[in-house]
Write a protein that binds this ligand. Structure first.
Ligand SMILES: C[S@@+](CC[C@H](N)C(=O)[O-])C[C@H]1O[C@@H](n2cnc3c(N)ncnc32)[C@H](O)[C@@H]1O
Length: 315
């Protein structure tokens, strides 16, 4: 791809990449410095320009087909005794809406949208690469059938359930408080799983396992308990549907090696990108929403990301 940073509003054509040489993740004599490349454009325009087999790990978190526009308002509270909320020490506060971030999440035929992108994910994976698809119960079963066809049923390794416990609780059904993350390997006999790099979590009943084990903690199962990004926390970018860094750090650490090249082509606020770069991997991040790209550019400024704009291919 071109390494030229994009000027204001000027589309930069991204030329196709050369095919990688050799098998497996490319091994360079000198590890390339970790860095981030952010691309503004429809991923279906960008993906064909990326070389076969050139990514060790691909994570995507596409829109979930909620049928709604995903919005997140950014608010500021100011002290005002006539205000609409009571806050610290009983003082009254007024809410000022600073702006709103949003993207559309409505699809007539979700699988038709996803399918060609899944095919690219398969093509782009290195021979020992892994693919993670983050969805929820609305579409995951259709997507799994699609991935089984594209990757092969035996390439399915795990379904990870990310369970959280935050927000409104329905009184007419069990509150839906989990997402589904499917893991496929390009080759089910050869993939990266760095067991020793798995973070440890506390035992539920530490009294049953003895002090040494209790102190060390245990490795998680395929159900990962992790709270959502706190609306008040430091991690928050204000982008709707931002995923917690802890989830993505675990995926990056366990399923890739330092120096590897990673890809997220529904990148949003760049949570996967931050996890990748902080763990000494390099990453390509694609999103069609200029607000997402602006957030990623700021969020990853410590890594001096290259930002590119991909103009649509002529019809
Ligand atoms: C669920 S959000 C990703 C959130 C992200 N994982 C995070 O932690 O912030 C899905 C993203 O996909 C982007 N998107 C939807 N369709 C796209 C397309 N065709 N090409 C590129 N990006 C797309 C949206 O703009 C949105 O930012």
């Amino acid at each position: 791809m071109s390494a030229e940073p994009a000027g204001e509003g000027s589309p930069v054509a991204v030329p196709p990449e050369p095919a990688p040489t050799g098998e497996g993740s490319p091994v360079a004599a000198e590890p390339a410095p970790p860095r981030a490349r952010i691309v503004l454009g429809d991923n279906l325009e960008v993906l064909p320009r990326l070389a076969d087999g050139s990514f060790a790990l691909i994570y995507i978190d596409p829109p979930f087909n909620t049928g709604q526009t995903q919005r997140r308002a950014s608010l500021k509270m100011v002290r005002d005794e006539e205000g609409d909320r009571t806050g610290f020490k009983g003082h009254r506060y007024r809410t000022i809406k600073l702006g709103e971030r949003r993207y559309a999440d409505v699809f007539d035929d979700y699988l038709e949208f996803l399918w060609p992108r899944l095919e690219h994910a398969h093509r782009l994976l290195a021979p020992d690469g892994s693919f993670f698809l983050h969805l929820d119960c609305r579409e995951v079963h259709y997507a799994k059938v699609a991935c089984d066809q594209i990757f092969g049923r035996d390439a399915f390794i795990n379904e990870i359930v990310w369970a959280y416990d935050y927000g409104a609780r329905s009184r007419s059904r069990w509150p839906a408080k989990h997402d589904n993350i499917l893991w496929y390997a390009k080759d089910p006999r050869r993939y990266v799983f760095n067991f020793d790099d798995i973070d440890r979590i506390p035992y539920m009943a530490p009294g049953l396992v003895g002090p040494e084990k209790a102190a060390r903690g245990k490795t998680p199962t395929d159900v990962w308990w992790q709270t959502i990004v706190s609306p008040q926390g430091r991690e928050k970018t204000g982008y709707p549907t931002q995923k917690p860094l802890k989830i993505l750090e675990r995926i990056v650490r366990v399923h890739s090696r330092p120096g590897d090249r990673l890809l997220d082509f529904f990148a949003g606020s760049g949570s996967f990108g931050e996890a990748a770069v902080r763990a000494e991997r390099s990453v390509v991040l694609i999103d069609e929403n200029p607000e997402a790209v602006e957030i990623m550019r700021r969020r990853l400024s410590f890594a001096e990301p290259v930002v590119e704009v991909v103009a649509p291919l002529p019809a």
